[in-house]
Write a protein that binds this ligand. Sequence first.
Ligand SMILES: Cc1cc2nc3c(=O)[nH]c(=O)nc-3n(C[C@H](O)[C@H](O)[C@H](O)COP(=O)(O)OP(=O)(O)OC[C@H]3O[C@@H](n4cnc5c(N)ncnc54)[C@H](O)[C@@H]3O)c2cc1C
Length: 384
Amino acid sequence: MRVDLIVIGGGVVGLSIAWEAARRGARVRIIDHANVDKQASWAGAGIIPAPPGPRASQPLEHLARRAAQAHQSWADMLRDHTGLDTGYQRCGGLFIADQPGEAASLAASRWVWEEEGFEFQRWDNAKALGQAPQLGTCPGWSDVRTLIWTPGEAQLRNPRHLQALRLAITRLGSEVLEEAVRDIAQVDGQWQVRTSRSAHTAASVCVAAGAWTGALIGRFGIATEVVPVRGQMLLHRFDRPIYPFVLNVGSRYLVSRADGHLLVGSTEEEAGFDARTTEEGLRGLEEFATRWLPQELQQGGRLPPPIASWAGLRPASIDGFPVMGPVAEHEGLFVAAGHFRAGLTLSPAIAEVIVDMLEQKQPAVDVRAFRPERGWKGSLTPPN
Ligand SMILES: Cc1cc2nc3c(=O)[nH]c(=O)nc-3n(C[C@H](O)[C@H](O)[C@H](O)COP(=O)(O)OP(=O)(O)OC[C@H]3O[C@@H](n4cnc5c(N)ncnc54)[C@H](O)[C@@H]3O)c2cc1C
């Protein structure tokens, strides 16, 4: 089969790019060594936070707004193409501050939000209890200082979203190959990708290998490192959805799925490429869940045991911006990585921008700030 584009990495970023390119008529081959249990995209919570307001001016905020507009239509298109429901729903998000520092941080954010036109409301306790009376029996409720409602927060079921993307791509004549990529090289003006078992050639290659991206592109002069940041997660199962919205407290959250599954997330740890859970990490999540789940679900102050736990490696860039775009002086080689806690959130817009650049069109969002060659050359260690 003639291949126009090889995408290395079948996480949400790689699959989204492949789907966008395939819908525009390209023949795409995705190569992924299929370790889905370590993949950040599978491990994530599926939260799509409310987009920044219309007057927000940073490139990352533009990307998030563009992505938020696309999620509903992507969910509809994926359902039409595959018959699979990704569980996308604009459920809203409640932010709770139960510590003085968090309350101060929410209060400070308010000025920026108003400036940018971000959609939010300050709720009092009675308003929150009117929407979710079960909050009142949570052990943490007596410590609530500030409540902020963001109606634009959404969620989807990320494993289903990945499954739908994969199916949609293959239905358009593109393919997914389960092999580990060893090497990328330019041969006679084409890009050659070698795996443990085979070699593949295309005019363009996009490396979307998440936290593992650096190992594949290090030698092409990419100056901005992508590093793994571990996030652990717990899964409970109840006989009904517990909250109608995403509940956010600091950097932790509870996500209720329609069928009674409830995700508790997450930690942020630098542990190299170790994607195992730890006793300490899971205990912290369990304590958080105990504090923010209604008392009637608990017996003797304890929740029933979770039905599963796992960890994934978020791809974080060292300066907090994604690493996205063409690799300078290597025509046809692209990177899309480093989206840290927002890879799923941003994925439709990442795909649009990367495929625009592949087609040598001006992308709708200015992503020059994310160019791969920015940042420090060499290692993170400062020179002596
Ligand atoms: C616990 C947790 C919760 C999260 N919650 C959210 C959330 O609610 N909302 C949100 O927007 N984001 C969330 N994130 C972040 C989000 O999951 C990531 O930003 C996103 O998944 C990154 O996608 P990716 O495709 O770049 O990387 P990945 O999903 O890691 O995919 C990279 C792929 O590359 C493949 N690969 C690597 N090296 C090779 C190689 N040599 N050969 C072949 N294949 C290779 C891997 O197998 C992998 O499948 C969360 C992450 C974690 C861990």
